[in-house]
Design a protein around this ligand. Sequence first.
Ligand code: CTP
Length: 404
Amino acid sequence: MGKPKVVLGVSGGIAAYKACELLRRLTESGHDVRVVPTAASLNFVGEATWAALSGNPASTEVWESVHEVPHVRIGQGADLVVVAPATADMLAKAAHGLADDLLTNTLLTARCPVVFAPAMHTEMWEHPATQENVATLRGRGAVVIEPAVGRLTGKDTGKGRLPDPEEIFEVCVRVLARGVAEPDLAGRHVVISAGGTREPLDPVRFLGNRSSGKQGYALARTAVARGARVTLVSANAALADPAGVDLVRVGTALQLREAVLKAAADADAVVMAAAVADFRPAEYAGGKIKKKDGQEPAPVALVRNPDILAEISADRAREGQVVVGFAAETDDVLANGRSKLLRKGCDLLVVNEVGEAKTFGSEENEAVILSSDGSELAVPYGPKESLADVIWDQVAPRIGARRA
Ligand code: CTP
């Protein structure tokens, strides 16, 4: 099998320079990349850069090498088309099927998955015209990555930044691996909690746990690649922001509960991958707790935190909402998992064995997915992304089933 063929479309925004890094990652990981820049984008990054980095000619117009019929062949032969950055103008052209240069022609002839990574000023992104064009493209099966929030060109800050090239690359690799032009979570809103909560004792100390957040972030990345709108409620995870997610950072279990309940109001699925502290200190010392000579330390009194998973399962914000929990167990893993599934009232429970060296912080995981319908699915040891995809395979059909 030859290298996967990727077309990198570049439209005319200042973020075009970041596409160089995306191109480098794609070529270094064994993809055959053909860059198709728009004429406007050449004001930002020149043709020579694209040709040198990709090892292929980079043409803009349909009139170059006409005998090779590039306006048809490039799109036909592609396994993936990614447009990064995609300007408001490019999204409008793509939504309406205009074909006035090589990139827009390529978009019309491609039958493979298409990813758009928009970048523009907040006002342009939020304009109803752009939003309708994005909805049209998503409705046709394209993955349109939500822009990131942050510094824009000039002094402005807001939504509209191109996500990190590394994260766009992650989306591309996943979309390419799935290879389907119809993402199964398109039009769905999924909420994922990730990481571990921290319950403060005083301004410098907290009760925490060993969760890294990697499984929750893997769920977020895979959901984006499957076309979902993703809210990621992240508790203390020191990980890169995945592209295309609405990221809400929280610290404590109570903050996580508030953020998850708010996002769940219109969610099709809620996945509680976070390790939520069951208890918090009954009292918070406003100043640092000091040791006193000759005195034993005072015991720390704890109170229960609300069980967010049980609450969401019992009181679904939306008809047909699918709720998934995780169970971290050290002993009697399956028996504990089964009783936990019943106790929590969720639809699926992903049970995994944890220990000092197992699961926490590692890149790999193995699990059994228990379902409220009695079925059981063992997922062999492998990358957390693979487990995440199996979880979405289980969730996606249940969303429809619960609603029907
Ligand atoms: N969870 C939650 N709220 C809590 C505690 C846990 O929503 N206060 C969720 C976790 O996000 C996870 C699931 O419940 O999806 C199971 O968490 P786990 O700690 O394994 O279960 P516990 O309810 O704490 O049960 P036990 O401590 O008895 O093992």
